[in-house]
Every structure is written in structure tokens, then in C-alpha cells.
Design a protein around this ligand. Structure first.
Ligand code: HEC
Length: 169
């Protein structure tokens, strides 16, 4: 009996020694938390973190570029519904872009959204392949014109625009 008690005390002591070991304490302290928003001290800091995370005009443009190639591919298949789908999302994405960077709004509207966007949409809606491609090349020109207007003309010198140029140019 006495021996059994000694053993259980020894086991308990070993157990407490283990959980109180400086090594395991340290591991607990330095374990990184995934709650990057919940752990922030206040809402102001949380909104700052969200703003940084949601980026500026570059990330919407990245999506616009992807969808632009999607439109090109869709027209190649005469899939007008898919072309219109991407075209509508491109508008939303550009608008979300200038929500974050209002200085881009004036050129986005003047060069792209106010007239060109609707004309191109009508061209896709016509389901006439010739008109639809004309619409696409009008869109391409507007994309590139806005890059010039916004002082990023070098943006036009990339495969995305070379590969989607009009064969008549
Ligand atoms: C407001 C005018 C404007 C319009 C309209 C516009 N762009 Fe842009 N685009 C920009 C600006 C400005 C940048 C650079 C953003 C930055 O520096 O954060 C950019 C960047 C890009 C990028 C690089 C994104 C990246 O970081 O990988 C691509 C690709 C792109 N645009 C494609 C297009 C296409 C395709 C269209 C037309 C469907 C288009 N853009 C229409 C202004 C515009």
C-alpha cells in the first residue's frame, strides 16, 4: 500500500513537472494565433488591417485581366452568355477598384464605363460574331487607352494584349 502511494505521488510529481516545464510554457507563449482580426486591440486597427489586406487598384485589375481573356476565349467558342457574364463582372470589378482608389474613377468612367462598356455589351448581345469581335477590339482599345491615361502605358506591353489583337491590325 505504502509503495503504491509513493509511486502515485512520484507519477503526479513527474506529471506536474512536465506541464510546468519551461520548454512547454515557452511553446504555448510563442504559438502564433490565426485570429489576426480578433486579436487586434480595437476596431480602428481591424479596419486598417482589412484595408491593407484588400489592396488597391492592382488586385481588381488582375481579375479584370483574367476575365478579359475569358471574354476572348468565350467569343472564340461563340459562347455569348459566357462573354456577357465576364463583361458584367468586369464592370463590377472596375467599380470596386475605384471604390478603393477614387482617383482612378474619372478615367475609368470617361474611357471605359460611360459609353464603351454599354456598346460592347450590345455587340455581344447581338449574337453576331462579326459585331461581337468588333466590340471586343473596341474594349481592348479602351483598356489600353486607360492605361495610357493613368500613366501606366507600359502595362500594354504584355502578352495579354498582343495575343488578343485584331488580325486586321
Ligand atoms: C482606370 C482606367 C483603367 C481601365 C479602364 C483599365 N485599366 Fe487596367 N490598370 C489600370 C491601372 C491604373 C493599373 C495599375 C494598377 C496599380 O498600379 O495598382 C492597371 C493594371 C492592369 C493590369 C495589371 C494587374 C496586375 O497587377 O497584375 C492588367 C492585367 C490590366 N490592368 C488589364 C486591364 C484590362 C484587360 C482592361 C480592360 C478590360 C483594363 N485593364 C482596364 C487602369 C485601368
Amino acid at each position: 500500500m505504502k509503495q503504491a502511494r509513493i509511486i502515485s505521488v512520484a507519477v503526479a510529481a513527474a506529471f506536474f513537472a512536465l506541464i510546468a516545464a519551461p520548454g512547454s510554457m515557452k511553446a504555448q507563449e510563442t504559438k502564433p494565433s490565426n485570429d489576426w482580426l480578433l486579436d487586434a486591440p480595437d476596431d480602428h486597427t481591424r479596419f486598417q488591417l482589412l484595408q491593407r489586406y484588400l489592396r488597391g487598384f492592382d488586385q481588381p485589375m488582375w481579375e479584370v485581366g483574367h476575365r478579359y481573356l475569358g471574354v476572348y476565349d468565350a467569343l472564340g467558342r461563340e459562347n455569348y452568355d459566357l462573354a456577357l457574364y465576364h463583361w458584367d463582372k468586369i464592370k463590377t470589378t472596375i467599380q470596386n477598384g475605384y471604390l478603393k482608389r477614387p482617383a482612378r474613377r474619372a478615367n475609368a468612367e470617361a474611357v471605359f464605363l460611360d459609353t464603351t462598356w454599354g456598346e460592347v455589351r450590345a455587340a455581344f448581345e447581338s449574337h453576331d460574331i462579326k459585331q461581337a469581335w468588333e466590340g471586343f477590339f473596341t474594349a481592348r482599345n479602351a483598356c489600353m487607352a486607360c492605361h495610357v491615361a493613368e500613366d501606366v502605358a507600359w502595362m500594354n506591353n504584355q502578352d495579354m494584349f498582343d495575343d488578343t489583337a485584331s488580325p486586321n491590325n
